[in-house]
Design a protein around this ligand. Structure first.
Ligand code: SF4
Ligand code: SF4
Ligand code: FES
Length: 245
């Protein structure tokens, strides 16, 4: 038995070619059992248009590379089954809010690197000088569990694309940045507190620029509890007696 025909409408544009302009291109493909949008794109590139650009690495929802807007929702192509779209029509757009490389490929790496540098997204041990010989400090299992939860972020960028504030203000650190700060604020081994992140957290680029409509949480393909992280940071700042907020 042959599968149904799926129609793909795919955003095309190659900014490397100055004369190229943005357009939508239609492709048709026969659906196979268990087909994901990623598998379909691979097949389209192999059989119909070798110039089609999109990203992937793991094909298992782990690397975050294949994020794109699928029928209006930022999500992962490798985790999205074509069968969930009953109409058989699938529209693919690149993630908004990131530099376009070409077609469905965007430069999330550049964004995430600069965010990490801005927030110093690495462990800064309290007090003592760093030593590779020092025994790692222990932590309560409950804290480890909470840190593990925020560490599940794969930096796919879906939360940034789904965030109205991030689309209006490109300096807003978004749910991915807020989650990153919450992770280090929770970590007892890290010497920094909310005050050390105040320059980004305490203004419109941080929690007080967030409208709390939670498009980020709706779009997060890893199901991170971003609502909890945002309210945790708000509470931390508001309870800080040295600040009048
Ligand atoms: S918080 Fe979720 S949506 Fe945002 S980058 Fe991390 S995994 Fe992706
Ligand atoms: S809740 Fe905040 S971070 Fe999440 S989408 Fe809304 S404005 Fe963006
Ligand atoms: S290819 Fe890695 S998350 Fe989809």
């Amino acid at each position: 038995m042959t599968g149904r025909t799926i129609t793909f409408e795919i955003f095309r544009c190659d900014p490397q070619h100055p004369n190229d302009s943005a357009r939508m291109q239609t492709f048709e493909l026969t659906e196979a059992p268990g087909m994901t949008v990623f598998i379909a794109l691979n097949q389209l590139r192999k059989e119909q248009d070798r110039s089609l650009q999109f990203d992937f690495v793991c094909r298992a929802g782990v690397c975050g590379s294949c994020a794109m807007v699928i029928n209006g929702m930022p999500t992962l192509a490798c985790k999205t089954l074509t069968s969930q779209f009953k109409s058989g029509k699938i529209k693919l757009m690149p993630l908004p809010g990131f530099e376009l490389i070409g077609d469905l490929s965007v430069n999330t790496g550049k964004f995430m690197r600069s965010l990490s540098e801005r927030l110093q997204g690495w462990l800064v041990p309290a007090g003592a000088e760093r030593s590779f010989d020092a025994v790692e400090a222990t932590m309560e299992p409950q804290t480890a569990e909470m840190i593990y939860e925020s560490e599940r972020c794969i930096e796919c960028g879906c939360c940034v694309s789904a965030c109205a504030t991030a689309q209006m203000r490109d300096t807003f650190i978004g749910a991915v940045g807020l989650n990153k700060i919450a992770r280090f604020t929770l970590d007892e081994r890290d010497g920094r507190g909310p005050d050390d992140f105040y320059h980004v957290l305490g203004g419109d680029d941080g929690v007080f620029g967030c409208m709390t409509l939670l498009g980020c949480a709706d779009a997060c393909p890893k199901g991170l509890n971003l609502q909890m992280q945002i309210s945790y940071l708000r509470r931390k700042l508001a309870l800080n007696p040295d600040r009048i907020i």
